[in-house]
Structure formats: C-alpha cells, structure tokens
Write a protein that binds this ligand. Structure first.
Ligand code: ZN
Length: 59
C-alpha cells in the first residue's frame, strides 16, 4: 500500500507532512472540496494541496 501523494512539487522531497493549519482560505477550500488535504514539505517548507481519493476504484 503505497501512498501516492508523491513528493513536494517544489523540491521533490518525500518528507511531506499533513498540515493541520486552519486558515480561512483553507477552511473555505475544505468546504468546497471535502476531500482536499493540505501538505507541507518538511524540507523546503512549501505548502501544497492534494485531493484525497478514496480507494474505491471503479464507479
Ligand atoms: Zn519541498
């Protein structure tokens, strides 16, 4: 079970952490896209988002 959120888009590091910031923008995004997840690169500090997908394959 490999997590496929990949790596930092900026530096390519795989040391990315889930971010639990509660900025207003992030709250709004979260409302609009419930499956969205926030990540932060531990190496360069870049923040980025990914859409979390459930493992239900076909629909
Ligand atoms: Zn990075």
């Amino acid at each position: 079970m490999s997590d496929s959120f990949g790596s930092c888009p900026q530096c390519g590091s795989e040391k990315v952490l889930r971010s639990h910031r509660k900025g207003v923008k992030e709250k709004v995004l979260k409302l609009l896209t419930p499956s969205i997840r926030f990540y932060r690169c531990h190496k360069c500090g870049a923040r980025f988002i990914r859409e979390g997908r459930d493992n239900n394959g076909a629909k």
